[in-house]
Design a protein around this ligand. Sequence first.
Ligand SMILES: Cc1ncc(COP(=O)(O)O)c(C=O)c1O
Length: 567
Amino acid sequence: MTIAIPSLPLIALGGAAFVALFPRLKRRLELSRAKHRSLAGHPRIARRLASFLPFYEYDDARFFDCDGASPEIAAQRRAGFTRLAEIYRERFPETNRLSAEAAKSISDLQFTERYRTPFQFNRYVAQRLPSGAFLAASSGVTLTDLDGNIFYDLAASYGVNVFGNDFYKETIAESEADARALGPVLGPYHPAIVDVVRRLKEISGQDEISFHMSGTEAVMQAVRLARYHTRRPRLLRFCGAYHGWWGDVQPGIGNPAPAHDTFTLSEMSPETLHVLRTRSDIACVLVNPLQALAPNAPAPADSSLVDRSRRAHFDRAAYTQWLKELRAICTERGIVLIFDEVLVGFRLARGGAQEYFGVKADLVTYGKTLGGGFPVGVLCGRGDLMRRYREDRPGDICFARGTFNSHPYVICAMRRFLQRLDEPFCRDLYRDLDRIWDERAQSLNARFEAENMPVRVANMSSIMMVCYSEPSRYNWMLQYYLRAEGLALPWTGTGRLIFSLNYTDADFAAVAERFVAAAKTMREDGWQLAPAGLTNKAIRRGVLQEMLRHRLFGKPAAGAGSDSAAP
Ligand SMILES: Cc1ncc(COP(=O)(O)O)c(C=O)c1O
């Protein structure tokens, strides 16, 4: 028998290939280690898995006992649900009628209706507990629907409403008068822009400003500039963070195209810092400081609330430390640090997250409230990074325009907004902001605790997240009880409640009263009376089994889907 001995050149070739491949493999491994373990940390896999998710829904019986509840508990839930549906029918007739009519033709509305609750429950709920898509008026911290019902506003117009709706009504009215003479002429600027720029430079501590039409566009421009100036392709975003709906910042579910140049890595992680320290293809790091409330967690929508696993805890000192470490590494490696303050800007402090955490970014995006009630996106940044052309390469430009990007009415509203920031009304609202909202959140939690209720809120200043302390398939039901008590939530439900800063203690006490009443009724109606021993794990296993059966057999076998209560 002869043994084939590889020739010397072959061995050398293999060795050379290994040496050449090794650094790439190492870098790949380091990247994998810096990914968050959750599905949100693996957007591509998440997208692929999502495409296999079969649709199925619970019928009239399973809706009430999908956790394996006894017939008595299911009957208790059904009675509560029927009562709630009756309230919705009687109290919101006109709002319901117009919402149903509009939903036939407004695709945005069809989408939000579809993703209000976990999909298995969605149609059953939507038909019986329709959510109102219309409002007639706002005043103070309240909203009025088409039937004259008054709600406390816990949505704050996606965060736009920092100072109260009346504030923005005034700003819009005053700016309309300021802009009227020029009208909607685009291209040349309204002179108000000079004051806007001066004030924004002072607030952001940055050198230059560019104007856009939405937060999404401001983020697009920040990333484009970072790539242009560093001549590097990669954008690093953190697991779970929202930065608008542009493809490169939304690499997973929701975007049909892959985002090849986006890394989604773990926030507050030494492995991520190692990647930043060692790679040379990263142009920028995009930070949404709102994630400090729940680092690495995706947007806390009730549609994904299948158990009680939503968690939040804001640790200002730890997040500050993290931002400082990021700042240092970005400076060291020539990586552009971008703060996306579209949501938290002007809410955490007058100077936004930069002031609040004491860390200066290279580029900062603002939007929402800064428009004084109008749509806007703004980018503030270091002079060298904001430049869109190269002195020595006339053909090498970084293009960014937008027809409406400095609309006179928006610019005038922005000026009024910025002027009013320095008036006593706003200055007073910023005073003791965190103490006030921490105490409010604590007082609400104390009431939940006193009543032994499985609900808590976590807060980051005036932004709160409702968390649940008992595993249940039905925690998402709380949003419907809250509405019946006159609390208006965003369409995503209880995961993100945003308060305008003009809430008084009395207003908040009224909200707390209604919140506790809603949680009590929900408990009395038996939704949290899960079979003994039900755990999050068992719930998830049960849901997975349902999905598999649907995927494989088209529908569940008899009794399928009951969450095993076995520990
Ligand atoms: C942090 C952040 N960035 C960007 C955006 C996108 O802003 P817009 O909806 O104005 O495009 C949002 C919107 O919620 C946001 O919260």
